[in-house]
Design a protein. Structure first.
Length: 64
């Protein structure tokens, strides 16, 4: 059931994309105020981008 549910994948991709974009905008806002971006935000964004790449990359298939 989960493998055929397209909406759950869309929700996860949307949530990860939203978090990544929010962190990027927050980092830009902090950079304009001459403040350093916290390391936790950087790791959160890179984790979300990695999860998005893992979800959207095609899975390897056996050649017949």
């Amino acid at each position: 059931m989960v493998m055929t549910d397209v909406w759950s994948y869309r929700a996860v991709v949307f949530a990860l994309g939203f978090i990544s974009a929010s962190v990027a905008i927050g980092g830009i806002a902090l950079a304009e105020k001459d403040k350093k971006t916290p390391q936790e935000l950087t790791s959160l964004a890179s984790g979300c981008v990695g999860a998005l790449i893992g979800l959207l990359a095609p899975s390897p298939r056996k050649s017949e």
